[in-house]
Design a protein around this ligand. Structure first.
Ligand code: HAM
Length: 447
C-alpha cells in the first residue's frame, strides 16, 4: 500500500487494528451527483421555482386538487402498468423483508391505484394534480435525465373531450405564467382510436395495433428500416408494413377524415377538441399530427405532445386519454385523461428563448451595518420591515461600506440599507435602489 509522505506510523497501526473510531484513509470522492441525477444550487432553484409556481398556479386556477404519494411503489404495479419502454427503465430493489419495490418512473399507475382504492367514495369527475419526482434509467441525451420532476394533471371520470380541452388550457396557462411566448411552442394532437380505425381499414388486424403503435412511435429515434424489422418480428408482412408507414404521410385532420368512416367517433372527438380550443383561446398552438402516438401502452384515445416551435428539444409535456387503466388494475370502468409535464425540457426551452438570466428576479432589501454597535438598529429595522411582509436579507456581521455595497450589487436584492454610527444618531438611514442609485430616507425606529 502506498503511503502519503509524513503519514505517521502510530496512525497506520491503529488503522491496521481496524479501530472503528479511526477514519479510513479515503480516496478522494467525486463532487458530482450520481450520473443522471441533479443538484440544485440556489441559481438552479430560481428556475425550478419559476416552473413549480406556474404549475401550481395553473392547476389551482383550473380547479384541480393536490394529491401526493410516496416515491417508492410496488414493482409489480409499475411493471404491469407502465409502458413497455418505461418498465425496462425502472430503478428497483428488494427491501429487507424481500418486498419488490421501485422508485416510480411515472405517476399514472400510482394515481390509478389511489383512485381504485377509493372508487366508492369519490365524486367523479376527479381533477387532481401533483408534482412528482420520477426516476428512469434512461439513455442520457439532451432533455433526458435519470431523475426529473413531473407535473401531473389528471381528470378521472369524464368521457367527453371537455376534459382534454381543460387540461390543455391549464398546461398553456402554466407555460404563459413561466414566461413562455405563445409562439414558442406547439401542442401536437392525435387520436389513437383514429389510428386504430385507419389501421383496421387498411386490413391490419387489431391484434397488431399495439405493436404498430410502439414501432411507429420510435420514428425519428431509430431508422425506418429498423422499424420495419421490428414490425416484421411482430408478424406484419411487407404490404401491411407499407400501409402502416403510409398512415404517417397523412398531414391534416381533413386528410385523415377522408380515410376514416363518415361517422368516425375518433374524428368527431378531434374536431370537438379543436372547436373547444378556439373558445379557450389556445387554438393557435394546437396542431393535428398523425405521428404523435405515445409509447405508453395505456392510452386509448386522444394523445398529445408539446414541443418547442423550432423542434430543437425533446417533448415539453405529453399525455392523453387512458380509459381502460382503472379496469386493468381491478377498478370499475372509468374514463380518464391526463398529462405529464417535466421540469427538464421546459427550462432548456425557456433559457434558449429568454436567456439564462431571465429567471433571476430581484426582490427585497439587504441591510448591513458598519460596527457591532449598529447591530441592534439594523436588527430592529429588519424585524420591522419583515413584519410589513418585506423580504429582508440581514447581514450577520459588521463590515465596511465598500464591501457591503459590493456584495449587495451581486445579490438578489432591489434595495440596500447601510447603517453607520451617524445614521443611528440621526435616527434615519438611506434606502438605496441598487439599479437606479436613487435614495430615500428610512426611519430606523418606528414612531
Ligand atoms: P411521458 O411522456 O413518459 O408521460 O412523460 C411526460 C413528460 O415527462 C415528458 O414529456 C417530459 O417532459 C418528462 N420526462 C419524461 N421522462 C423524462 C426524463 N427521463 N428526463 C426528463 N424529463 C422526462 C408520462 O409519464 C405519463 N404518465 C403522463 C400522463 C399523466 N399520462 C396521463 N397522465
Amino acid at each position: 500500500m502506498m503511503r502519503a509522505q509524513g503519514q505517521n506510523d502510530a496512525a497506520t497501526q491503529t488503522h491496521d487494528n481496524l479501530n472503528p473510531l479511526t477514519p479510513e484513509p479515503l480516496n478522494p470522492l467525486s463532487f458530482d451527483p450520481p450520473r443522471g441525477m441533479r443538484d440544485f444550487y440556489p441559481e438552479d432553484m430560481v428556475w425550478r421555482n419559476r416552473v413549480f409556481d406556474a404549475w401550481r398556479q395553473a392547476a389551482v386556477a383550473h380547479g384541480f386538487q393536490p394529491y401526493d404519494a410516496c416515491v417508492v411503489e410496488n414493482l409489480a404495479l409499475l411493471q404491469r402498468k407502465s409502458g413497455e419502454e418505461v418498465s425496462q427503465q425502472i430503478y428497483h430493489f428488494e427491501d429487507k423483508s424481500g418486498r419488490k419495490l421501485a422508485l416510480r418512473p411515472e405517476m399514472t399507475p400510482t394515481l390509478a391505484r389511489m383512485i381504485a382504492a377509493r372508487q366508492g367514495q369519490l365524486t367523479f369527475p376527479v381533477k387532481w394534480f401533483t408534482t412528482a419526482q420520477c426516476f428512469r434509467y434512461e439513455r442520457m441525451t439532451r432533455g433526458r435525465k435519470r431523475e426529473h420532476y413531473q407535473w401531473n394533471m389528471d381528470i378521472i371520470g369524464e368521457e367527453s373531450v371537455s376534459a382534454e380541452a381543460e387540461l390543455l388550457a391549464a398546461a398553456a396557462a402554466s407555460l404563459k405564467a413561466m414566461g413562455m411566448p405563445d409562439a414558442g411552442y406547439r401542442i401536437h394532437v392525435n387520436n389513437r382510436a383514429l389510428l386504430a380505425e385507419l389501421l383496421a381499414s387498411s386490413g391490419i388486424a387489431a391484434q397488431y395495433h399495439a405493436a404498430v403503435f410502439l414501432a411507429l412511435d420510435k420514428r425519428g429515434k431509430i431508422s425506418d428500416d429498423e422499424i420495419a424489422a421490428l414490425l416484421a418480428t411482430e408478424g406484419l408482412d411487407a404490404e401491411a408494413t407499407r400501409k402502416a408507414f403510409d398512415l404517417l404521410a397523412v398531414q391534416t385532420l381533413d386528410q385523415a377524415a377522408a380515410r376514416a368512416a363518415p361517422d368516425s367517433v375518433a374524428v368527431k372527438a378531434l374536431r370537438d377538441l379543436f372547436a373547444l380550443a378556439e373558445i379557450y383561446g389556445i387554438a393557435d398552438r394546437l396542431v393535428f399530427d398523425m405521428s404523435v402516438i405515445r409509447g405508453l401502452a395505456y392510452y386509448t384515445g386522444i394523445v398529445f405532445e408539446a414541443f418547442d416551435a423550432e423542434r430543437k428539444f425533446r417533448a415539453i409535456f405529453g399525455g392523453g386519454r387512458y380509459d381502460s387503466l382503472l379496469t386493468s388494475i381491478g377498478g370499475a370502468p372509468t374514463p380518464a385523461v391526463g398529462l405529464g409535464f417535466g421540469d427538464v425540457v421546459v427550462v432548456e426551452v425557456l433559457k434558449d428563448l429568454l436567456g439564462d438570466a431571465a429567471a433571476t428576479g430581484k426582490h427585497g432589501v439587504v441591510i448591513g451595518y458598519m460596527f457591532p454597535e449598529q447591530r441592534e438598529a439594523a436588527t430592529r429595522l429588519a424585524c420591522r420591515l419583515r413584519d410589513g411582509n418585506e423580504l429582508v436579507n440581514l447581514m450577520l456581521a459588521a463590515q465596511k461600506p465598500k464591501k457591503f455595497f459590493e456584495r449587495a450589487s451581486v445579490s438578489t436584492a432591489v434595495d440596500a440599507i447601510f447603517i453607520g454610527p451617524d445614521d443611528v444618531t440621526r435616527g434615519t438611514a438611506k434606502r438605496k435602489n441598487l439599479a437606479t442609485r436613487e435614495e430615500r430616507d428610512v426611519a430606523l425606529y418606528s414612531v
